[in-house]
Design a protein around this ligand. Structure first.
Ligand code: EPZ
Length: 428
């Protein structure tokens, strides 16, 4: 699955979004689902996989472990991936791949559970924070594994197999929950995970594992119970729609005073706190066949936003919301409670004339009438889209550098916006 890496994107200003967007499969569901293939000896068939560079990275990692796969392009926005997992020959997730994408750590649980040992590079930091995996390791140790950190790698082993146990996460961790849940699927006995993540992507993974023969219950609540089984088999699973992509395009309608039909999922269920907040900001939602209509009321009202684990307001929609609040009639307050450094977009928005002050993990946004185009730089996946959103509403044409961050998590941005009457140009 080759995807071109764009370096820059030019966004023409003062545009109004007006049209329909087909929402792709969720990146943050597809990544653990691909790792889950390692648990089955006779493969896995995933549909509605989004064509993203993060997916390509995960497929490269799986290939490195000995998995072979076939990709078929069901539509420009959705691929099917058939994975063959009967010839695994390597149990190391190398730094060269893991450093590109933290989610690579998701192979730890499956490899440990199926083969009893593995070597996974520590992820290293990234733009939004240090991003440790200590809770992943504590969970594996609770199941009877030993883990050792040596030369930048986690050496994990469970020579006598994993045993079910009760484990409480001290803080909610999405991939931590997913990793330990996958390890527990083949452990001997019952595992109970407390303070588990409740994100829809965790639920989607548990649903797929159950189709593969696992015995998981409680997913979607903060207590997940896994009865270990001896093996998992192949299955076919369709990736849940991407609620973060959907929320991002909803904000595009809000910031440009337009309207968008989000197609391909029950976004009311996937984005409860987000929709509540956006209604307070002046967006109007109405259910339509196969999705949700989002309309601007013509005003953007200030907000007080706290990012929280699901079902709270998603941290992955914080930067996009901030871009819209730059234009609000009043002052807004954003508290980023999940990541210690997720305001990298602030400096770039300020180059466009935004009035934002940051103190630790809190940001204060004073609404202004206009923003003006300025050369800006994307720093991480969601921040890159917040710059696109601001640029759509700003005066003038904005050039966004390092726009390849967009391709990590959003497929076909130019094409999806073109379906809404919005022009932008990709510059290699
Ligand atoms: C997942 O990351 C998502 N990525 C992130 O989306 C998302 O921002 C995050 O969950 C929170 O919702 C994927 O699902 C692939 P965490 P994850 O473990 O699992 C701390 C995007 O834009 N922590 O829930 O890596 C951690 O530092 C990405 O698509 C530990 O201290 O996040 C953070 O402060 C960005 N020790 C907090 O917990 C650990 O062992 C939540 O992290 C694990 C996490």
């Amino acid at each position: 699955m080759k995807i071109c890496m764009i370096e820059k994107i030019k966004v023409y200003g003062r545009q109004k979004v007006n049209g329909k967007v087909r929402i792709s499969g969720a990146k943050n569901a597809a990544l653990p689902l691909l790792a889950a293939a390692l648990l089955s000896s006779d493969g896995l068939h995933l549909k509605n996989v989004p064509p993203l560079t993060d997916i390509t990275t995960m497929l490269a990692l799986l290939e490195n472990l000995g998995i072979t796969y076939q990709v078929s392009k069901d539509s420009p926005y959705a691929h099917s991936v058939k994975l063959k997992t009967d010839a695994l020959e390597n149990f190391t997730a190398p730094y060269e791949i893991v450093k590109k994408m933290r989610a690579s750590v998701l192979v730890l649980g499956p490899l440990l559970s199926r083969f009893g040992h593995c070597r996974v590079s520590l992820p290293g930091g990234c733009a939004i924070g240090v991003r440790p995996i200590d809770l992943h390791l504590k969970g594996m140790e609770a199941l009877g594994a030993t883990t050792e950190l040596r030369d930048g790698y986690v050496h994990a082993s469970a020579p006598n197999g994993l045993r079910g146990a009760e484990f409480t996460f001290p803080i909610v961790t999405v991939t931590g929950t997913e990793n330990v849940m996958m390890a527990a699927a083949l452990a001997d006995g019952t595992t109970v995970l407390k303070n588990a993540a409740q994100e829809p992507e965790v639920v989607d993974l548990a649903n797929c594992l159950n189709k593969m023969g696992a015995d998981i219950s409680g997913h979607g609540t903060d207590i997940i119970t896994i009865q270990g089984v001896t093996s998992l088999h192949s299955s076919e699973h369709t990736v849940v729609p991407d609620r973060i992509e959907a929320g991002t395009y909803a904000i595009a309608a809000g910031i440009t005073g337009g309207r968008v039909d989000l197609l391909g999922g029950d976004f009311g269920k996937l984005l409860p706190a987000f929709l509540d907040k956006m209604e307070l900001a002046g967006l109007v939602f109405s259910p339509i066949d196969d999705g949700l209509r989002v309309e601007s009321s013509g005003k953007i009202l200030p907000l007080d936003v706290d990012t929280e684990p699901f079902p709270g307001y998603p941290t992955d929609l914080q930067a996009q919301c901030m871009a819209m609040l730059c234009f609000a009639d009043g002052d807004s307050h954003i508290r980023e409670n999940i990541w210690e450094n997720r305001f990298m977009h602030v400096a770039e928005l300020m180059r466009m004339g935004a009035d934002i002050s940051v103190s630790g993990t809190q940001a204060y946004v004073k609404g202004v009438k206009r923003l003006a185009a300025a050369p800006v730089m994307a720093t991480d996946l969601r921040a890159s889209f917040s710059l696109v959103l601001a640029a759509l509403a700003a005066d003038g044409d904005t050039l966004i550098d390092r726009a390849y961050h967009l391709d990590r998590g959003y497929c076909c941005v130019r094409e999806k916006f073109a379906d809404c009457g919005v022009e932008m140009e990709r510059i290699k």
